[in-house]
Design a binder for this molecule. Structure first.
Ligand SMILES: Nc1ncnc2c1ncn2[C@@H]1O[C@H](COP(=O)(O)OP(=O)(O)OP(=O)(O)O)[C@@H](O)[C@H]1O
Length: 265
């Protein structure tokens, strides 16, 4: 049975999840940027079930962010297809929220923490309706979860890197999406923020939601993930950490020999 509550997405709520469907299914996905010399992604196939927490690893330029942008509709699908809870992605993207790479956000934009977190509610509201009581409660609850209520009125540009990441995760919590895409959320964040993020991810997966986390930190994988997707333009490994991070896969993707000490991690 599908363990995902039917959320109200305003006018978008006419696509409830299909029974027994994957949270995310990517089939034969390919993508090339205009003017680029070759495909950034080719023949990408993967399936994530409701409640799964999956790590996405791969070297710089492997296509991790591009794949997330395609899932979210920030880039147009050129070949293959993506379904979300059994529906073609463009009819069901209201179920997906993303924490983008920190470097891709304009932190100088004059906006407060509360305003950013409230943006997570716009999928339920549309852009022209003011947030109501339920929305304000969702925003307060998301800020409480990420322990940022005390800085709600601060401008986001004044925050530390870890606080900024907490704000972005709070925004996705306020959205109450069913599939969360986190693009390198752990970069430049303190240990306390990392722990809070993992604790929160764990909690939302137990609620039946699914989370895909891209990371370069291979050390955290054995501790926090039972499944890893290894992407290098196409999926070169999918499964438990030990089966995927093999010396062969690492040499193939990163172009260096496997360090002896890593075998026991
Ligand atoms: N807007 C764009 N226009 C043209 N090429 C792009 C664009 N965005 C990314 N690329 C290229 O596409 C390839 C994949 O980039 P992408 O950011 O998806 O990789 P990534 O795996 O997320 O890398 P990283 O780990 O460094 O963030 C790279 O060669 C990159 O230079």
């Amino acid at each position: 049975m599908l363990n995902v509550p039917l959320l109200c997405y305003g006018k978008n709520c006419d696509h409830p999840p299909m029974a027994e469907s994957a949270a995310l299914e990517v089939k034969n996905l390919g993508f090339t940027y205009g003017g680029n010399t070759g495909p950034v992604l080719h023949d990408v196939n993967l399936r994530i079930t409701p409640g799964e927490k999956v790590a996405l690893v791969g070297p710089n330029g492997a296509g991790k962010s591009t794949m997330m942008k395609l899932i979210l509709g920030l880039e147009k699908i050129q070949s293959g297809n993506i379904t979300i809870y059994g529906h073609t992605a463009n009819t069901c993207r209201h179920r997906v929220a993303m924490v983008p790479q920190k470097s891709s956000v304009d932190w100088s934009f004059p906006v407060s923490v509360r305003q950013v977190v409230t943006m997570g509610r716009y999928v339920h509201l549309g852009w022209f309706r003011n947030p109501g009581k339920k929305d304000r409660e969702a925003v307060d609850s998301a800020m409480e979860t990420m322990e940022i209520s005390h800085i709600a009125d601060k401008q986001v540009g004044e925050l530390s890197g870890g606080q900024q990441q907490r704000v972005m995760l709070a925004r996705t919590l306020a959205h109450d999406a069913d599939l969360l895409l986190l693009d390198e959320p752990l970069n430049h964040v303190d240990i306390a923020t990392q722990e809070l993020m993992f604790h929160t991810i764990e909690r939302i997966c137990k609620m039946g939601k699914s989370v895909l986390v891209s990371t370069h930190d291979l050390g955290i994988l054995t501790v926090h993930f039972s499944r890893v997707l290894f992407l290098d333009k196409t999926i070169i490994g999918d499964g438990p950490v030990k089966e995927v991070l093999t010396p062969q896969n690492i040499a193939r993707a990163y172009g260096f020999e496997f360090h002896k000490g890593m075998e026991n991690e």
